[in-house]
Ligand binder design. Structure first.
Ligand SMILES: C[S@@+](CC[C@H](N)C(=O)[O-])C[C@H]1O[C@@H](n2cnc3c(N)ncnc32)[C@H](O)[C@@H]1O
Length: 397
């Protein structure tokens, strides 16, 4: 059966998620702020959960309709064929409701009214009128969005958010999410044969995400999802097929050859966090592809050309840190300029970053990291010369 599947993602980075979905072979239905909707069957539910690096979760669209009163919400919710999605013992509840530019607003009322409507529909469908539904089976958590009075109800197939790949057991104070790190890497022209350094690596997120991409390791290959238990909708066989595909792809990579080709390094001034980054890389199965070391950004250097710095420096979470920011960003700028033909990508909420780095960025994107407004500054380096004879060398990235 074909469903509409919704992939919520970071605001401003929808294009990355769209491209990933297309690469998996699915047709895009709609792209809106923070959301990409695509069309896919049961196997698509499994594959999108396992393979997408930039989506926050995958929702299965149960229905979408206009409602301006709570009565209308109740009736139109009840009219949806819930028994086609939720078995008798399924545990159904509204996990999150949000509303923008709509008459109906209160998340609490969305929760109770939608819940009541679904229970009433299921009681009738399962001939349980007047009785409690068992609600002791698999989870069918709902996410509800209201936008300009159009209500969309999605059933969460992921469970824990997809940024929880399972490898990050220990984190730095302000870690970047795995999904955001992956999307930012995808915005750069970095490829596995080019050096990549994160001089403020913290728990190692950028380095680990980059190594996982290089090694073709699917982000969800070592975890399960809510919909793994949906035996009424998704035969177990399809999950095995999708996990097998992920393991086959990873197995096909010659790790020894990749280790020679890649040069991914993470540095941090905090020795304990460097240890944590190593442990995280080990848990992600990419330890051999990354060199982590305790090092101050002032000591940043690299002998090769055409590399990439991708980093998330401190941005003044603590007051004491704020005073150190100008010097820290100046040092990063100086160390970057000392490298030959490198590119620099910095995500930060520090408003003076560009000024202190010492040069206007070639590109600057505003990105919301949760509720926090951050900037992603790009400084383009040069492309390495093409290897084939007779082709032009160099050029901007
Ligand atoms: C915002 S955190 C980076 C978080 C990281 N992206 C992650 O996902 O875990 C900034 C990191 O910069 C490190 N740091 C602070 N001053 C430094 C310096 N002078 N040189 C190198 N690292 C430094 C901190 O120890 C901290 O781990």
């Amino acid at each position: 059966m074909n469903y509409d599947l919704i992939a919520p993602c970071h605001f401003g980075l929808e294009a990355c998620t769209k491209k990933e979905i297309q690469r998996l072979g699915y047709e895009i239905r709609e792209v809106s702020d923070g959301r990409v909707t695509f069309s896919g069957d049961e196997l698509a539910v499994c594959r999108s959960n396992i393979f997408l690096r930039t989506a926050e979760r995958i929702l299965l669209l149960a229905g979408s309709f206009e409602a301006r009163t709570w009565d209308e919400l109740f009736e139109k919710t009840k009219a949806l064929p819930w028994e086609a999605f939720i078995p008798l013992e399924g545990r159904v509840w509204v996990a999150k409701a949000s509303s923008v530019k709509s008459k109906l607003f209160s998340p609490k009322d969305f929760q109770t009214i939608i819940q009541k409507a679904i229970v009433s529909r299921l009681q009738a469908a399962y001939h349980m009128e007047g009785q409690r539904l068992p609600m002791d089976g698999a989870d069918y958590a709902l996410r509800v969005f209201a936008f300009k009075d159009r209500i969309t109800i999605g059933i969460d197939t992921s469970g824990e958010s997809l940024h929880k790949r399972g490898y990050r057991r220990l984190t730095a104070k302000a870690p970047i999410t795995e999904t955001l790190a992956a999307a930012l890497l995808m915005l750069t022209p970095w490829r596995e044969d080019r050096p990549l350094v994160d001089p403020f690596c913290g728990s190692g997120t950028f380095c680990i995400e980059a190594a996982m991409m290089a090694a073709d390791r699917a982000p969800g290959m070592n975890r399960n999802f809510s919909a793994t238990a949906w035996e009424n909708l998704i035969p177990k066989q399809l999950w095995y097929q999708a996990y097998d595909e992920a393991y086959d792809r990873a197995d096909r990579v010659d790790l020894e050859a990749l280790r020679k080709k890649t040069d991914i390094q993470g540095f941090d001034i905090d020795g304990e966090i460097v240890e944590a980054a190593r442990a995280n890389a080990r848990a992600a199965g990419v330890e051999e592809l990354i060199h982590f070391q305790r090092r101050d950004v002032a000591q940043l250097s690299h002998p090769k050309k055409y590399g990439f710095i991708i980093t998330n420096p401190p941005y003044g979470e603590r007051i004491s840190e704020k005073e150190e920011l100008p010097a820290l960003y100046q040092t990063l700028g100086e160390r970057y300029r000392a490298l030959s033909d490198w590119s620099l990508y910095v995500i930060t909420a520090y408003e003076e970053a560009e000024k202190q780095l010492g040069r206007k960025a070639d590109k600057n994107r505003k990105i919301y990291n949760g509720m926090m407004k951050t900037y992603f500054y790009s400084y383009f380096g040069k492309k390495p010369p093409k290897r084939e004879e007779g082709e032009a060398a160099g050029g901007e990235e």
